[in-house]
Every structure is written in C-alpha cells, then in structure tokens.
Design a binder for this molecule. Structure first.
Ligand SMILES: NC(=O)c1ccc[n+]([C@@H]2O[C@H](COP(=O)([O-])OP(=O)(O)OC[C@H]3O[C@@H](n4cnc5c(N)ncnc54)[C@H](O)[C@@H]3O)[C@@H](O)[C@H]2O)c1
Length: 242
C-alpha cells in the first residue's frame, strides 16, 4: 500500500486490515508511517512499513523487495495510493514540479505495478488497485501535471488489465471524488468560494471522508471482484453523474 501513512491511503489500509489483510505501508515520512503502523498494530493488524521517496525511480525495486520480504514473499494486493498535487497556472507551471508530479503519481505506479505484476503472475493471482481521480475524466484548472498523471493512471489501469486479466491478475482503479484530506484541506481556507461551489455540485452534498473508500477497496481486493478488471470506479458522492 503506497501512501498508507495518512489520508485516503491510511483509511484503505485500515479497511483491508479490517477484512483480514496483513499490510506493508510505503510512504515518504518515516514518523507518520511508524505512527500509522502502530495504530494498525494496536487494532490487531500485522502492519509493516518502508519509508521511501517514490519519486526516486532507481530506488523503487529495492523498496518493492523490502516490502515483499516483510510480507513473507507473497503479494495478493497492491494499492498504488501515494500521490501529490501542485497548483499553479499552466503558463507558469515549473518544469521540475511537472516532472516530480509525473514521477510520483504515474511513473512509480507503473514501476511498482510491473514489479507486483511479475510476482502475481507467477503466483497466478493478484489484485492491483490504482488510485485515479475525478481529473482522470476531466482536466480541472491549475493542476495540469496532476490531471495528466491521473489521466495516465486511468489508461495504465486498462492497459495492464488487458495484458494480465486472463492470467489471474485484476487491475482496477478507484477514482475518489472530492475528499477531505491534507491534500485538499487548504482549499476551504484559501479558496472558500471554490470549496462551496464544489460542495453544492456534489449530489451527496458533502465532501468524502477517507473511510468512504473502505468498501470499494475491500471489494476490489477480494474474490467478489474476480470478474471486474480494467474498471475505474468513482467514489464521488455522485459528482460525475451530474
Ligand atoms: N483528497 C482527494 O480529494 C483526492 C481525490 C482524488 C484522488 N486522490 C488521490 O488519493 C491519493 C491519496 O491522497 P490523499 O488525499 O490521501 O493525500 P495525502 O497528501 O493526505 O497523502 C498522500 C500520501 O502519499 C504519500 N506520498 C506523497 N509523496 C510521496 C513520495 N514522493 N514518496 C512516497 N510517498 C509519497 C504521502 O506520504 C502520503 O502517505 C493520491 O493519489 C491522490 O492523488 C485524492
């Protein structure tokens, strides 16, 4: 589980633990990771962690091997949950930020899926769950790198599914709507007009909570979804339907 130290990733890890999974959390901040693993551990989970910067392409194989070893050499579920966002007008968007967002949100997702795919294909089974976004479907504004990366995650999900579904490996994505986490937390203060506009547009008339993803991630990780592959499932309070 990448991005498992906080926010949506932590809630998804908690959901999978509640359904009986042993988890390995991968994220950037060691302190947060330790706390998250301890919190899960206190609830009875077998929870491990590996601190790593997923933007460092050359480190990914090592990170994957460490996590796999902690899990005893078998991997049934990979959740690619880590992600970053950088807001800036497109005409001023810095190249280094573009690269960093694409490296973390898309390139690391491919490399970790490829590594997990090899393990799962050899096992004959596995579930890869990517975290897409509403911006997989539309471009939004001020977040061109994020939108490009999440559009890429959606297409990558389908491309991997096409190659691996017949060999027992399901690849799907969850597309969260507007969720209240640290990633989005400053909008309420910094741009209250936009925050209210979004809230009014959500049919459920509230922002999502991290726990709202638990049911979908458990479904996609379980045998109940064995015939679901290449799907992008919105968990968005109805936002896309409006
Ligand atoms: N919050 C939302 O409204 C929303 C909506 C749609 C999609 N998402 C996606 O859901 C995922 C989780 O978002 P969140 O809101 O919980 O964000 P968050 O900022 O609360 O958590 C992000 C997680 O990613 C990890 N991470 C970030 N950069 C990393 C790096 N370089 N190396 C390793 N780990 C790194 C962090 O350690 C953290 O665990 C992201 O992929 C995000 O794009 C969020």
């Amino acid at each position: 589980m990448t991005g498992g130290s906080r926010g949506l990733g932590y809630a998804m890890a908690e959901g999978l633990h509640e359904a009986g999974a042993e988890v390995a959390l991968i994220a950037s901040n060691e302190n947060n990771l330790k706390k998250a693993a301890e919190k899960l551990g206190a609830q009875g989970a077998k929870a491990h962690y590996v601190a790593a910067d997923l933007g460092q392409a050359e480190a990914l194989e090592d990170v994957y091997e460490k996590a796999l070893e902690l899990l005893g050499g078998r991997l049934d579920i990979l959740v690619n949950g880590a992600g970053v966002q950088y807001r800036c007008k497109a005409e001023n968007f810095p190249k280094d930020r573009w690269q960093a967002v694409l490296d973390i949100n898309l390139n690391a997702v491919f490399t970790l899926s490829q590594l997990a795919g090899r393990t799962m294909l050899a096992q004959g089974s596995g579930k890869i769950i990517n975290v897409a976004s509403m911006t997989s479907f539309f471009g939004s504004e001020m977040i061109p790198a994020y939108a490009a990366s999440k559009g890429g995650v959606m297409q990558l999900t389908k491309a991997l599914s096409n190659e691996w579904a017949a060999r027992g490996v399901n690849v799907n994505a969850i597309a969260p709507g507007y969720m209240a986490t640290e990633l989005t937390g400053d909008m309420k203060e910094k741009n209250p007009g936009q925050y209210e506009e979004i809230t009014n547009r959500i049919p459920a008339h509230r922002w999502g909570k991290p726990e709202d993803l638990k049911g979908t991630v458990i479904f996609l990780a379980s045998r109940a979804s064995d015939y679901v592959s290449g799907a992008i499932i919105p968990v968005d309070g109805g936002y896309l339907g409006k």
